[in-house]
Ligand binder design. Structure first.
Ligand SMILES: NC(=O)C1=CN([C@@H]2O[C@H](COP(=O)(O)OP(=O)(O)OC[C@H]3O[C@@H](n4cnc5c(N)ncnc54)[C@H](O)[C@@H]3O)[C@@H](O)[C@H]2O)C=CC1
Ligand SMILES: O=C(CO)COP(=O)(O)O
Length: 335
């Protein structure tokens, strides 16, 4: 079958974009990789020294210097596939010069695990409504996988979701390496929403750790979290899915427990009494769950799913209720 993807532009300069560049260039399938980031100084540094100065700086970058740029439009025009990898809160800003025409006919992959603020849309819906990207041309990369472990080449599994099974398989084939295994799925909605929700549950897990709850309570929290995630995803997009798969339960577990999780780290600081702003400043990385829980609160007004964990995190982060009080109330609702 004819290859649909030959030239890929990776959009974003953070840790996951850097990890995606590494996976795509370590993989030996024939393709050309371009890389966009807004920070011109970082572009210059990578072109000269072959390392991202700000994120995963130990990773050797194998993208040719001429293919790295802060001019997104020029790179998009050269590519047949765009891999979006900026935090959802900065997606509109990153795409500000890009039109629906620029994306026409191209395959768009989202490695973002967030909701676009103000729009309250997951990435596939946002691209469809604002850029007329058809769902047949849209793919999602998800699964339990921290960029830091990709940098260390620790064995990791990714799920590639698309309504087009051949397209998902083709893109998965461009990521497989000695340390990356891929799984394909047709559940673009569930994969996106699952990844968004698990970030909120990881914040809850971090808050509880910060307050002083132990592993016994954490396990009950996460057991309730997967049921809450299942209820929400089943309500928004009711198809036959196994919520125990790596893209759902696996990603929830790694994010709720890993030392590398941005969301858990952020939650831990909130539990210890940091303000949202001071926790964000401390990290230099983005905890998507902070933005997502506000969007989910709005989206759930339509679905009315019972979501006590999301509501507790929302109350702590946006209503400024005391973490200890809110978690004590939540503990009464868990089973
Ligand atoms: N880091 C990881 O292990 C994984 C991250 N993801 C997802 O990848 C997406 C990108 O996250 P990371 O690469 O982890 O980001 P990061 O937290 O490593 O870096 C922050 C990113 O945000 C950008 N940024 C910060 N302030 C900005 C601003 N004002 N305007 C525009 N851009 C700004 C930075 O340039 C950088 O690209 C997120 O949706 C995240 O959930 C998904 C899987 C794994
Ligand atoms: O999605 C991730 C792991 O699969 C990354 O989670 P964090 O953003 O919390 O680090």
């Amino acid at each position: 079958m004819l290859k649909q993807i030959n030239k890929i532009t990776v959009v974003g300069g953070g840790s996951w974009a850097t990890a995606n560049v590494k996976m795509l260039t370590d993989n030996t399938t024939e393709k050309e990789i371009f890389w966009w980031m807004r920070n011109a100084e970082a572009v210059d540094h990578i072109q000269n020294f072959g390392h991202n100065p700000n994120y995963l700086s130990s990773v050797e970058i194998k993208v040719p210097a001429a293919n790295i740029s802060s001019d997104l439009k020029a790179l998009v025009q050269k590519s047949d596939c765009i891999l979006l990898n900026v935090p959802a809160a900065f997606l509109k800003q990153a795409l500000k010069d890009i039109t629906a025409d620029d994306l026409k006919g191209k395959k768009i992959v989202s490695a973002i695990k967030g909701i676009v603020p103000d729009e309250n849309l997951i990435i596939g819906e946002f691209l469809n409504q604002h850029y007329q990207v058809s769902f047949e041309d849209f793919l999602v990369i998800s699964g339990p996988c921290h960029a830091e472990e990709v940098a260390l080449e620790k064995l990791s599994y990714l799920t590639i979701a698309s309504q087009d099974a051949a397209l998902a398989a083709e893109f998965a084939g461009m990521l497989n390496t000695r340390y990356i295994k891929t799984i394909v799925s047709d559940d673009i909605y569930g994969t996106e929403y699952g990844a968004v929700l698990k970030n909120v549950y990881a914040i809850a897990s971090g808050i509880c750790h910060g307050i002083g709850y132990g592993d016994n309570f954490q396990s009950v929290l996460i057991s309730n979290a997967i049921r809450e995630l299942d209820r929400f995803v089943a309500s928004v997009h009711p198809i036959d899915r196994d919520i125990m798969e790596s893209a759902y339960l696996g990603d929830l577990l790694v994010t709720a427990y890993s030392q590398f999780s941005r969301n858990r780290t952020f939650g831990n600081m909130i539990g210890k009494g940091y303000t949202v702003t001071s926790a964000q400043l401390e990290m230099n990385m983005v905890a998507e769950g902070y933005y997502a829980v506000n969007c989910l609160h709005q989206v759930n007004k339509q679905y009315k799913v019972e979501m006590p964990i999301c509501e507790a995190v929302y109350a702590i982060l946006y209503k400024k209720t005391a973490p200890a009080t809110e978690m004590r109330k939540l503990a009464e609702k868990l089973s």
